[in-house]
Design a protein around this ligand. Structure first.
Ligand code: GLU
Length: 485
């Protein structure tokens, strides 16, 4: 029987979905889909004070937005549920009892204050601030007495001495000496599990075959392997993804700009561009760089994941967003940019859809973000007010002649983009023998129609604004020009 991989994405719902975490989700998803396996979503909400349902919902929403749908999870259920760690506490407590019975874990009565004080002492004495195993050496009587007195006890895992060696699917062989780790807590004194215990119990009970996560978890993996072994569970395979660094080489953080998917979404990035960019953070495609989720599923393999850190480069993400926008139909861009157009007051209850689609066509290649749409298409819907200086610039015989001529010759019927191009070419010819350059002819027209000295191609303006609107704008500008002294 072929074992289909089962991988999991296990975020802690203590904040919004982070770029790095989203990359982990994506790589798990791609691996599962490429291999025909299952992608499982598990909420690691054991840190009760910091975990919020609102963050769980936000993470799920962002994953869906990116197109990373899961097969089992808190909302969907599945054979291995529940998928929220806060709902699995009994299981962790039972497994802890087993460790205690087998002498692989022990009660620890040390208080936070005591531990803190001893950590400081160890540090000052130049020793590693590991747990000093004080409670490991308590006699049975002492333990019984303390428990009877109702003293609160956590449970610590007793780390076996020796070397731990495992083959990481990305990094190759990794070896650690277990001595560097202190006996860590598996169950807190309030009965809640530690991250280490919950992860191991869940990965085993959920039949996870591959644990794919960031390199920052490498030392945790060592603790996990020891726990897997102590609990008699089969080991999954491990793959540690390279770190994501800012352009200055330090760990990606707020200092480098937006770090949550949510922020990029609000800024007007497309999910396709984010997914494409995240895939390039540590993985190299075989062929082209601009790819969609299906291309990625087809091509993905852990062998092509890099060992060295990836640098987060915002310009590259913007470039990809531009490329993915180019691939979109105008209708789709309109749908996606709708909230921005409403917010900027370009679209009210009723709007001219045909004109809006034409405007999008005209500005499409300039767009970097969806949120750019309003500022680019604005000129087609709103007349600009021209400053005194600009009007002064237009107040010269040549510009006025050009605008007067335009007024007289603007095609009365609707014209296509090609017809508008043709019209402008012929229009320009008329001024050639009068010694006017292309710029002398086109700049006043552009300024009269938009108030700007640069922007979309003129033929788009002539065609989309149409006869009446163009005439209105030109006449208004001409009368304003005449008024100034
Ligand atoms: N909950 C952990 C985190 O958010 C992930 C743990 C894991 O992937 O094993 O960092």
């Amino acid at each position: 029987m072929i074992m289909r991989p089962r991988v999991r994405f296990a975020p802690s719902p203590t904040g919004h979905l982070h770029i790095g975490t989203a990359r982990t989700a994506l790589f798990n998803y791609l691996f599962a889909r490429h291999e025909g396996g299952k992608f499982i979503l598990r909420m690691e909400d054991t840190d009760l004070p910091r975990s919020r349902r609102q963050f769980e919902e936000s993470i799920c929403e962002d994953l869906r937005w990116l197109g990373l749908n899961w097969d089992e999870g808190p909302d969907l259920g599945g054979l291995f549920g529940p998928y929220r760690q806060s709902e699995r506490e009994k299981l962790y407590q039972e497994e802890t009892k087993r460790l205690l019975r087998e002498g692989k874990a022990y009660y620890c009565f040390c208080t936070q204050e005591e531990l803190e004080r001893r950590r400081k002492e160890a540090f000052l004495a130049g020793k590693a601030p590991r747990y000093d195993r004080r409670c490991l050496n308590l006699s049975q009587e002492e333990k019984k007495k303390l428990l009877k007195e109702g003293k609160k006890a956590a449970v610590r895992f007793r780390i076996p001495a020796g070397k731990i060696k495992f083959k990481d699917l990305i990094k190759g062989w990794v070896e650690f000496n277990s001595e560097i780790f202190g006996d860590f807590i598996v169950l807190r004194s309030d009965g809640r599990p530690s991250y280490h215990l919950a992860v191991v119990v869940d990965d085993a009970k959920m039949a996870i075959t591959h644990v794919i996560r960031g390199e920052d978890h490498l030392t945790n993996t060592v603790c996990h392997i020891l726990l897997f072994q102590a609990l008699g569970y089969p080991l999954p395979l491990f793959a540690h993804l390279p770190m994501i660094l800012g352009e200055d080489g330090s760990k990606l953080s707020k200092r480098h700009g937006a770090t949550s998917i949510n922020e990029y979404r609000k800024q007007g990035y497309l999910p396709e561009a984010i997914v494409n960019y995240l895939a390039l953070l540590g993985w190299s495609p075989k062929k082209k760089e601009v790819v969609n989720l299906n291309n990625l599923i087809e091509d993905f393999s852990l062998e092509r994941v890099s060992k060295s850190p990836s640098i987060f480069n915002l310009s590259k993400l913007k470039w990809l967003n531009r490329e993915h926008l180019k691939l979109k139909e105008n209708k789709e861009i309109l749908k996606l940019a709708f909230p921005y157009l409403i917010a900027e007051g370009i679209i009210k209850d009723k709007f001219n859809k045909k004109k809006m689609l034409q405007a999008i066509e005209a500005v499409k290649l300039n767009l970097e973000l969806l949120s750019d749409v309003p500022s680019y298409v604005k000129i087609f819907f709103k007349e600009a007010s021209l400053s005194k200086e600009v009007l002064g610039f237009l107040k010269n015989p040549n510009s006025i002649k050009v605008l007067e001529e335009l007024k007289e010759t603007l095609p009365a019927k609707e014209i296509s983009f090609t017809e508008a191009k043709d019209f402008l070419r012929k229009f320009k010819e008329k001024f050639k023998n009068k010694g006017l350059t292309t710029r002398d002819v086109f700049l006043p027209i552009r300024i009269a129609l938009t108030g700007e000295s640069s922007g979309v191609e003129l033929f788009y303006l002539i065609s989309i604004l149409g006869h009446d609107e163009s005439l209105k704008r030109v006449e208004r500008v001409l009368s304003q020009v005449r008024e100034i002294k």
